[in-house]
Design a protein. Structure first.
Length: 457
């Protein structure tokens, strides 16, 4: 292409890009039509809603397709209409714990979702266990879904719909999660690629990329339309289209009345008098004339019970938790002599690699060349004591499992500590993490502080 040309560049597909709906047939996959996929999903969901009940469905969102709140709104809305309280997502395994901490100290992020849940016939599987998580996000924690599937408590969980997420790789105790997913009657994944989670599904749906989707976003004063720049590839659909069509198949036309995304945007923005067509005409955004004020806390205070920043949280105290931040030794911590002898190293997992985002982008050759493989970081003195050299393979074992990985020696790393990034299919550090002992308030796992041992492979 000539420099400065406006011609559409040639589109190069990643080798594992999903371009057609797929159905599992034994150990292989069969391409099916969208009608076939929607019929199969709607029929099974309708049957499960009758017996054992709508709460038998879990809807899980990730970030690759539904990071934008407006797309997540449709997943939430469908869950509400179907009457399942079991809505969850990657936030319960990642960011919500820190958001809750900010909310209970400064009142920030008092409302994390665009729309709240309706009263359900059944409670979410972790509503009573983590009531403040439910209060702040109307969400259950994804970390307890495997246990519910395997035990049938507090009730049977039979179906899982994952959109843009890869919990088998990014969630704690991967082996436990895989075991649970194999028990499901209806595991469905919608994504761009055949992720580790997608490979465990019965039906896989092709999602359109962000370049193939229209959307809108809002700041404090401006609302923007972000139009797609290329057509959908193959038979990939935007997330919104799938939920619109599934709702139509299941008879939820009153709750999903829109034929296009623009129709939904028009209804959503009707209180501020802005339309999708107006946004399309104004690429730089439309000012919706919201009032901007500074130092509002001086007049209105903070969104906390006292109206002040709370170092001692009244909300936590009233819920029966310690109102003050305090260090709590992790399960199997350093003060547990038996554990510390069996697992002498403290593992910090989840460290970020700049070229990747969780489990995303590992299949892009140019990025893979910059970070080609998972690595265990080891202190120089620990490596010497273990007889480990740079690049040597080791086995890393926790009370949950074991994985094999190559090492790199990092002199500045604290002695007794090892570190490993997550998101790798071939060496998943979440084979080592725990989903049994979770933070009592948020249900968050200990990614950054659990015990392990390191041995030469």
């Amino acid at each position: 292409m000539r420099q400065g040309s406006l011609a559409t560049p040639e589109i190069v597909h990643a080798p594992d890009r999903i371009l057609n709906p797929k159905k599992r047939v034994g150990a292989s996959w069969k391409d099916i039509t969208w009608d076939e996929a929607l019929n199969a999903i709607s029929q099974k969901l309708s049957a499960l809603k009758k017996d054992p009940g709508p709460e038998s469905l879990v809807v899980h969102y990730g970030v690759s397709q539904v990071r934008t709140p407006f797309y997540r709104y449709f997943l939430r809305r469908f869950s509400n209409v179907y009457e399942t309280p079991n809505f969850t997502g990657c936030g319960s395994q990642c960011a919500i714990a820190s958001a809750m901490a900010r909310a209970y100290s400064t009142g920030a992020l008092a409302d994390m979702e665009m729309n709240k849940h309706q009263p359900f016939k059944a409670k979410g599987i972790t509503t009573d266990v983590y009531p403040l998580l439910w209060q702040k996000s109307s969400m259950i924690t994804a970390n307890k879904v495997p246990e519910a599937i395997l035990t049938g408590r507090p009730y049977p969980v039979k179906a899982l719909m994952v959109v843009g997420g890869n919990p088998v790789i990014t969630g704690p105790n991967a082996s436990h999660m895989k075991e649970a997913y194999r028990r499901l009657e209806l595991p469905i994944v919608m994504d761009l690629f055949m992720t580790g989670t997608a490979k465990m599904a019965d039906i896989v749906l092709p999602a359109a990329t962000s370049l193939e989707c229209d959307n809108f976003k809002a700041t404090d004063r401006m609302i923007y339309m972000t139009p797609k720049v290329i057509a959908e590839q193959g038979n990939a659909w935007p997330v919104w289209k799938f939920w619109f069509e599934l709702a139509k198949k299941m008879g939820y036309t009153a709750e999903f009345p829109w034929k296009t995304l623009d129709d939904a945007i028009d209804e959503h923005l009707s209180p501020v008098g802005i339309t999708a067509s107006e946004l399309r005409r104004n690429f730089n955004g439309v000012d919706y004339h919201s009032e901007v004020s500074y130092k509002k806390f001086e007049k209105d205070g903070f969104h906390t019970p006292s109206g002040k920043i709370e170092f001692s949280s009244k909300t936590l105290a009233e819920a029966g938790y310690d109102p003050l931040p305090a260090f709590v030794e992790p399960n199997q911590g350093a003060n547990d002599n038996l554990s510390s002898k069996q697992y002498p190293f403290l593992m910090s997992s989840g460290a970020r690699i700049p070229v990747y985002y969780h489990s995303q982008f590992h299949n892009i050759p140019s990025l893979r060349a910059k970070a080609p493989q998972p690595i265990l970081e080891v202190n120089a003195s620990d490596a010497s004591n273990l007889g480990i050299t740079e690049g040597e393979a080791v086995n890393v074992t926790s009370s949950r499992g074991s994985t094999k990985v190559k090492t790199t020696i990092v002199p500045l790393l604290s002695a007794g500590t090892v570190a490993m990034s997550h998101g790798w299919n071939e060496t998943n550090v979440n084979e080592l993490t725990d989903d049994a002992v979770l933070d009592p308030i948020s249900g968050f796992p200990a990614y950054r502080g659990f015990l392990c041992r390191v041995e030469k492979a």
